[in-house]
Ligand binder design. Structure first.
Ligand SMILES: *[C@@H]1O[C@H](CO)[C@@H](O)[C@H](O)[C@H]1NC(C)=O
Ligand SMILES: *[C@@H]1O[C@H](CO)[C@@H](O)[C@H](O)[C@H]1NC(C)=O
Ligand SMILES: *[C@@H]1O[C@H](CO)[C@@H](O)[C@H](O)[C@H]1NC(C)=O
Ligand SMILES: *[C@@H]1O[C@H](CO)[C@@H](O)[C@H](O)[C@H]1NC(C)=O
Ligand SMILES: *[C@@H]1O[C@H](CO)[C@@H](O)[C@H](O)[C@H]1NC(C)=O
Length: 532
């Protein structure tokens, strides 16, 4: 039986980890401040023990009423934590398709029997992890189906939602509106999840796969009607005439909210692929999708001090009217967690260069960590964060040359981890050893580089992107299903053609990844009292 094989795999892995010299004393409950107990050198040599401790604590985020609602299976964006103790206080009652995508990617590995996913979800009893994931996914499906029944105008896709009631509802500011980018992340996560369930050979899991497939197939029938506007144009946000009317109702209509197109060659691209493969578009329309995007894929050489030139993909795009933009923030690399881009050798090489740049830029500018769009620090007098910093990345190789570069975040390392686990993890460690950057739910959202403040917040974005990267993304499952669906070769063909058109010569492939050399200064912040 396949499941037994998986459990065998669990045992092997656990045995392996137990056999390692443990620096954390106990195997089952590593110390909360474990980052101080592992040295950079040790992690570079072998990150296994560090990962084992990390997954244990990050997994504490996975609790009902903290990161998700066990009644309906829906994720919560995150939760504030107490400035002194670090205990969860007020949660974000909302979520979005992108957070759902992270949750589903995690569960994909759990049902597949991954010991790392089990360490996160159920460290006391790893054999339970697949069941926990499947159970929550069953609830989630019921909630999605009910949502579609009540708000058929979304065509199965999700807006930002309120998730703290049994039935999820559009957030007040998302009534009659739906975004493309986040939904691309959601549908491809479901795609991989279905494959993982099918692979188990377990009848109950395969039934669940079939039910999810019905939901997913429905979004294929509505995607173009809602988001595609002809001539290759896909809109970033759609205004729905009336969310309670079915997609094909004569009074229903879908208009672009702004002139902004979802044409980026970054995280928005996987929605383009959904339309390409499943949207029922004509051959001409499919070609037009890529024509519109062509000018956005640009090569640029990074140079800073002693580092460079290193050729990377420029963040050329600028959206005028939406919050998401492009700054060479790690967030933009999301697409490679989900689709098998790294099967194309050139893409992998370009993205490896991006991590040379990301790590060496922080050394050149004397920073203890790296940038990604993230929540600003908490005002301790209110307990709330003071804003969201979108424009954080690397100015010299992005469109947005004016950036706010004072807050670093652990999840900035997730693309680095996908290229080189050890290097990514020593940068992660370099940020979480700072004051208040670990709590009883794992890593904290972000810290100022001058050590004067942290964001006392936990989110799926800032924590689980890294966990999913450690698990290798879900590309193995997605590739398998793409081959079965006969779309894999077309994917490789398109991406190979696009990247080889732009990247004819790569500089800097011989540059070593850079390792952290600075630390966040201790200027008197006190660690969370519950995390020793
Ligand atoms: C759920 O969390 C909220 C804070 O977000 C808290 O006020 C409430 O008491 C919690 N409910 C339960 C049942 O723990
Ligand atoms: C979503 O709702 C529409 C309209 O009521 C219905 O035709 C469709 O079958 C529903 N989709 C799923 C997956 O149930
Ligand atoms: C972040 O907080 C700092 C003060 O700590 C402030 O100067 C800056 O304007 C804030 N930025 C955003 C986008 O909230
Ligand atoms: C940024 O994008 C805008 C609009 O697409 C373009 O006009 C401008 O030249 C770009 N700037 C840089 C520095 O790439
Ligand atoms: C990761 O980078 C380190 C440091 O540059 C190097 O020693 C190691 O071989 C790399 N590992 C892989 C898998 O590329």
């Amino acid at each position: 039986m396949r499941l037994h094989e998986k459990f065998g795999h669990v045992l092997t892995w656990t045995t392996l980890v137990n056999a390692l010299p443990s620096t954390s004393g106990q195997i089952n409950q590593p110390s909360c401040r474990f980052a101080h107990k592992h040295s950079q050198k040790q992690i570079l040599h072998d990150p296994t023990g560090f990962i084992y401790d990390m997954l244990y604590w990050e997994g504490k985020f996975h609790q009902n009423n903290i990161s998700y609602n066990s009644n309906n299976g829906i994720s919560y964006d995150g939760t504030n934590i107490d400035w002194v103790t670090g205990k969860a206080t007020v949660k974000h009652t909302f979520s979005a398709a992108s957070k759902e995508s992270l949750q589903i990617m995690l569960y994909t590995h759990a049902v597949a029997g991954s010991p790392e996913a089990a360490r996160f979800l159920s460290p006391e009893n790893s054999a339970e992890a697949p069941r926990i994931a499947a159970y929550i996914m069953q609830k989630k499906l019921q909630t999605y189906l009910k949502f579609n029944e009540t708000y058929p105008g979304f065509g199965g896709f999700l807006p930002w939602v309120s998730a703290d009631t049994q039935d999820m509802t559009p957030r007040p500011d998302w009534v009659n509106r739906v975004p493309g980018l986040d939904n691309g992340e959601l549908v491809w996560a479901v795609y991989g999840f279905i494959q993982a369930l099918e692979n188990t050979g377990n009848k109950n899991y395969q039934e669940l796969a079939q039910k999810w497939q019905v939901w997913m197939d429905y979004t294929k029938t509505t995607a173009a009607k809602i988001f595609y506007k002809g001539n290759g144009r896909v809109c970033t946000v759609i205004d729905i005439k009336d969310q309670s009317l079915p997609v094909n109702h004569p009074d229903q209509s879908y208009l672009c909210e702004t002139k902004d197109l979802l044409d980026d060659p970054f995280e928005g691209e996987i929605f383009t692929f959904w339309l390409q493969f499943f949207g029922g578009l004509s051959k001409a329309d499919k070609q037009a999708l890529w024509e519109v995007k062509k000018s956005q894929l640009v090569s640029v050489d990074y140079k800073m001090g002693e580092f460079g030139p290193i050729t990377v993909q420029k963040d050329q795009r600028r959206w005028l009217n939406s919050e998401t933009g492009f700054w060479f923030s790690s967030h933009e690399t999301w697409k490679v967690l989900q689709m098998p881009y790294y099967d194309i050798d050139l893409v992998r090489r370009v993205f490896a260069n991006a991590e040379r740049v990301r790590t060496c830029n922080s050394v050149a500018t004397k920073l203890p960590g790296m940038f990604a769009s993230i929540n600003n620090i908490t005002d301790p007098s209110t307990g709330d964060v003071t804003g969201y910093i979108s424009n954080a990345g690397i100015p010299s190789i992005s469109n947005q040359t004016v950036q706010e570069l004072d807050v670093i975040t652990p999840y900035s390392v997730f693309p680095t981890i996908l290229i080189n686990k050890s290097v990514g993890l020593v940068w992660w460690r370099s940020m979480v050893v700072a004051k208040k950057m670990q709590n009883i739910y794992g890593s904290t959202e972000s810290t100022r580089i001058d050590g004067t403040g942290v964001s006392a917040l936990l989110t799926w974005d800032s924590k689980v992107t890294t966990v999913v990267a450690i698990l290798g993304g879900v590309t193995n499952f997605v590739r398998q299903k793409m081959k079965a669906d006969n779309i894999y070769d077309e994917f490789v063909g398109i991406i190979e053609a696009e990247y080889s058109r732009v990247f004819t010569h790569l500089e800097g492939e011989d540059v070593d990844f850079c390792l952290p050399q600075e630390t966040v200064p201790d200027v008197g912040l006190v660690d969370f009292t519950l995390c020793k």
